[in-house]
Write a protein that binds this ligand. Structure first.
Ligand code: ADP
Ligand code: TRP
Length: 321
């Protein structure tokens, strides 16, 4: 089974990215054929500073590698290092009804936020479809927010295949209900755009400050508390096994629990959990040429697969004459 997903190199990594997508991707490399890339073309829809994008790309690569992505066991590359994806995006554009894109929530949300819509933002899901279809992906692990984009990719593939026969594998979304939406400090989806994130690689003081900002209800200390509606619990449970969750739940239900104490524990847990990865990440970032080498080798492998699909699509469309 071929698993593919991408992550944009914009902004720093948070727990939502890690638990919603990266952790699962890294686990897949053990049993499945894993394709993982850094979606730098997509990041251009929200980022125009080239220096920031270039730096973010190296950092995103270092993040994945530090967290355990193994370039020997997977194909790991930067989207723009296989620019053929743009050609497929153009081909697919001709199978993409306007209405399909006009209905996309993420586009509508961005416009509602006051972002001036341009063609890049509008066509974003077509490029994402090209990412997925170019590599004949079976399964695409993403957070719930990307579900509609996957439906668009499938719709485009179906339309194309109806015209030309089975050129593209129809991708399935891989969304873990339990992890579909990791809540942020305020209980809304953890997201850079809400400013409610807990970041993975922060200095101790800054991390503690973020954890202490988790919003809690005003239940007095001497009363039992409801873990299900508590933002601290919902984040803490990500780090615990079944017994750990049961034990924490029991503490919530017993009078006397102080939210401040649980926050302190959670801060220490996050700090200790990511400390070894942070060290590895620093080592990698101190040697950017090493990262570039790994990415270049990954792009070669990815391109080999991409060209096979693209050749078919060029032929079907009459681009080979
Ligand atoms: P953000 O919302 O902070 O901008 P991205 O859109 O860059 O995050 O998300 C990158 C990946 O991480 C995507 O696959 C996305 O679905 C996943 N992801 C992001 N935030 C969450 C979350 N709160 N819960 C689950 N998955 C998430
Ligand atoms: N749009 C995705 C996000 O913001 C990133 C992405 C680009 C992607 N191309 C993809 C994810 C293909 C999965 C498959 O998170």
């Amino acid at each position: 089974m071929r698993i593919l997903s991408g992550i944009q190199p914009s902004g720093s990594l948070h727990l939502g990215n890690f638990f919603g997508m990266m952790k699962k991707m890294i686990e897949y490399q053990e049993q499945e054929e894993l394709f993982c890339f850094i979606a730098n073309y997509h990041a251009m829809t929200s980022l125009s500073d080239g220096k920031v994008l270039a730096k973010g790309t190296l950092e995103a690569a270092a993040n994945f590698l530090a967290l355990g992505l193994d370039p020997e066991k997977s194909i790991f590359w930067v989207q723009s290092d296989v620019p053929e994806v743009q050609e497929l995006a153009w081909i697919l554009s001709n199978f993409t009804p306007m209405g399909l894109l006009e209905r996309c929530h993420s586009y509508k949300d961005k416009v509602a936020q006051g972002i001036k819509p341009n063609h890049g933002l509008f066509a974003y899901p077509v490029l994402m479809a090209a990412d997925i279809l170019l590599y004949q992906s079976d399964k695409v692990p993403v957070g719930k927010d990307q579900k509609q984009h996957l439906e668009v990719a499938r719709d485009i593939a179906i339309k194309y295949n109806n015209e030309y026969g089975d050129v593209f594998t129809l991708p399935e979304p891989d969304i873990d209900d339990d992890l579909a939406t990791i809540p942020g400090l305020d209980g809304r989806k953890m997201s850079k755009s809400y400013g409610n994130t807990i970041e993975l690689f922060l200095e101790e003081k800054a991390l503690r400050k973020q954890v202490m900002r988790i919003v809690t209800d005003p239940t007095p200390v001497e009363e039992p508390k409801n873990p299900e509606t508590c933002n601290i619990f919902q984040i803490y449970r990500l780090f615990l096994d079944e017994n750990g969750v049961a034990e924490l739940r029991r503490r919530y239900e017993t009078p006397g629990l102080r939210y401040g104490d649980v926050k302190q524990e959670l801060f220490e847990t996050i700090r200790d959990f990511f400390a070894p990865y942070a060290e590895k990440r620093k080592e990698l970032l101190d040697n950017p040429d090493e990262i570039r080498k790994i990415l270049a080798a990954g792009a070669d492998k990815a391109r080999y697969v991409a060209l096979k699909t693209l050749r078919k699509a060029r032929k079907k469309g009459g681009l080979i004459y």
